[in-house]
Design a protein around this ligand. Structure first.
Ligand code: SAM
Length: 110
Protein backbone atom coordinates (compact mmCIF):
# COMPACT_ATOMS: atom_id res chain seq x y z
CA UNK A 1 0.00 0.00 0.00
CA UNK A 2 1.17 3.55 -0.68
CA UNK A 3 1.34 6.27 2.01
CA UNK A 4 -1.97 8.04 2.55
CA UNK A 5 -0.44 11.53 2.61
CA UNK A 6 2.44 13.23 0.86
CA UNK A 7 5.03 14.06 3.48
CA UNK A 8 8.34 15.86 3.32
CA UNK A 9 11.24 13.45 3.64
CA UNK A 10 9.13 10.42 2.78
CA UNK A 11 10.95 7.27 1.74
CA UNK A 12 8.65 6.02 -1.03
CA UNK A 13 11.26 6.48 -3.74
CA UNK A 14 13.89 4.66 -1.68
CA UNK A 15 11.75 1.55 -1.08
CA UNK A 16 13.01 -0.33 -4.20
CA UNK A 17 16.58 0.20 -2.99
CA UNK A 18 16.15 -0.58 0.71
CA UNK A 19 13.62 -3.43 0.54
CA UNK A 20 16.47 -5.93 -0.07
CA UNK A 21 18.03 -5.00 3.26
CA UNK A 22 14.91 -5.54 5.37
CA UNK A 23 15.08 -8.91 7.11
CA UNK A 24 12.00 -11.14 7.33
CA UNK A 25 10.55 -10.72 10.77
CA UNK A 26 7.68 -11.83 12.95
CA UNK A 27 6.36 -9.80 15.81
CA UNK A 28 5.78 -6.11 16.06
CA UNK A 29 7.01 -3.42 13.70
CA UNK A 30 8.10 -0.29 15.57
CA UNK A 31 8.47 3.01 13.72
CA UNK A 32 9.57 5.88 15.99
CA UNK A 33 9.85 8.51 13.22
CA UNK A 34 6.71 7.73 11.25
CA UNK A 35 6.27 10.78 8.99
CA UNK A 36 4.43 9.62 5.88
CA UNK A 37 5.08 6.01 6.90
CA UNK A 38 6.30 4.85 3.50
CA UNK A 39 8.03 1.77 4.88
CA UNK A 40 5.11 0.90 7.15
CA UNK A 41 2.60 1.09 4.32
CA UNK A 42 4.91 -0.91 2.07
CA UNK A 43 5.40 -3.68 4.67
CA UNK A 44 1.80 -3.62 5.97
CA UNK A 45 2.76 -5.22 9.30
CA UNK A 46 -0.01 -6.99 11.24
CA UNK A 47 1.11 -5.44 14.52
CA UNK A 48 2.85 -2.12 14.87
CA UNK A 49 3.64 0.77 17.14
CA UNK A 50 4.01 4.08 15.38
CA UNK A 51 5.20 7.41 16.76
CA UNK A 52 6.03 10.88 15.58
CA UNK A 53 6.84 14.11 17.40
CA UNK A 54 4.39 15.92 15.10
CA UNK A 55 1.17 15.97 17.13
CA UNK A 56 -1.03 17.10 14.22
CA UNK A 57 0.30 14.25 12.11
CA UNK A 58 -0.37 11.69 14.84
CA UNK A 59 -3.87 13.10 15.39
CA UNK A 60 -4.51 12.69 11.68
CA UNK A 61 -3.52 9.00 11.84
CA UNK A 62 -5.67 8.56 14.97
CA UNK A 63 -8.55 10.04 12.99
CA UNK A 64 -7.94 7.55 10.19
CA UNK A 65 -7.87 4.66 12.66
CA UNK A 66 -10.63 5.68 15.08
CA UNK A 67 -13.04 7.99 13.27
CA UNK A 68 -12.59 7.58 9.56
CA UNK A 69 -16.13 8.61 8.52
CA UNK A 70 -15.82 11.93 10.38
CA UNK A 71 -12.34 12.54 8.94
CA UNK A 72 -13.62 11.70 5.44
CA UNK A 73 -16.45 14.22 5.89
CA UNK A 74 -14.00 16.93 7.03
CA UNK A 75 -11.66 16.21 4.10
CA UNK A 76 -14.61 16.36 1.67
CA UNK A 77 -15.57 19.78 3.12
CA UNK A 78 -12.02 21.07 2.68
CA UNK A 79 -11.90 19.72 -0.87
CA UNK A 80 -15.21 21.39 -1.69
CA UNK A 81 -14.04 24.69 -0.18
CA UNK A 82 -10.82 24.46 -2.18
CA UNK A 83 -12.68 23.72 -5.43
CA UNK A 84 -15.06 26.67 -4.90
CA UNK A 85 -12.27 29.10 -4.04
CA UNK A 86 -10.21 27.90 -6.97
CA UNK A 87 -13.12 28.51 -9.36
CA UNK A 88 -13.72 32.00 -7.89
CA UNK A 89 -10.02 32.80 -8.16
CA UNK A 90 -9.79 31.66 -11.78
CA UNK A 91 -12.96 33.57 -12.75
CA UNK A 92 -11.62 36.75 -11.13
CA UNK A 93 -8.20 36.27 -12.70
CA UNK A 94 -9.82 35.82 -16.13
CA UNK A 95 -11.68 39.12 -15.64
CA UNK A 96 -8.59 40.98 -14.36
CA UNK A 97 -5.57 39.18 -15.80
CA UNK A 98 -3.14 42.00 -15.00
CA UNK A 99 -4.31 42.66 -11.47
CA UNK A 100 -3.55 40.92 -8.23
CA UNK A 101 -6.72 39.13 -7.13
CA UNK A 102 -7.46 37.70 -3.73
CA UNK A 103 -6.64 34.04 -3.37
CA UNK A 104 -9.02 32.74 -0.67
CA UNK A 105 -7.28 29.37 -0.78
CA UNK A 106 -4.19 30.88 0.84
CA UNK A 107 -6.37 32.44 3.58
CA UNK A 108 -8.37 29.25 4.17
CA UNK A 109 -5.35 26.95 4.49
CA UNK A 110 -2.67 29.28 5.80
C1 SAM B 1 11.63 11.79 7.11
S1 SAM B 1 10.26 11.51 8.17
C2 SAM B 1 10.27 9.75 8.33
C3 SAM B 1 9.98 9.03 7.06
C4 SAM B 1 9.30 7.69 7.26
N1 SAM B 1 9.91 6.86 8.27
C5 SAM B 1 9.10 6.94 5.97
O1 SAM B 1 9.25 5.71 5.94
O2 SAM B 1 8.71 7.57 4.96
C6 SAM B 1 10.96 11.98 9.71
C7 SAM B 1 9.91 12.13 10.80
O3 SAM B 1 10.55 12.10 12.07
C8 SAM B 1 9.84 12.93 12.95
N2 SAM B 1 10.70 13.25 14.07
C9 SAM B 1 11.78 14.07 14.09
N3 SAM B 1 12.32 14.10 15.34
C10 SAM B 1 11.57 13.29 16.09
C11 SAM B 1 11.63 12.90 17.46
N4 SAM B 1 12.58 13.36 18.28
N5 SAM B 1 10.72 12.02 17.92
C12 SAM B 1 9.74 11.55 17.11
N6 SAM B 1 9.63 11.88 15.80
C13 SAM B 1 10.53 12.74 15.30
C14 SAM B 1 9.44 14.11 12.08
O4 SAM B 1 8.30 14.77 12.63
C15 SAM B 1 9.16 13.45 10.73
O5 SAM B 1 7.77 13.20 10.58
Amino acid sequence: MKPIIKYRGGKSKEIPHIMWHIPRFTGRYIEPFFGGGALFFYLEPRQAIINDINTKLMNFYRGVRDDYSNLRRELDEIESLYTNHRQEFEALKALHPDERVEDKIAHATG
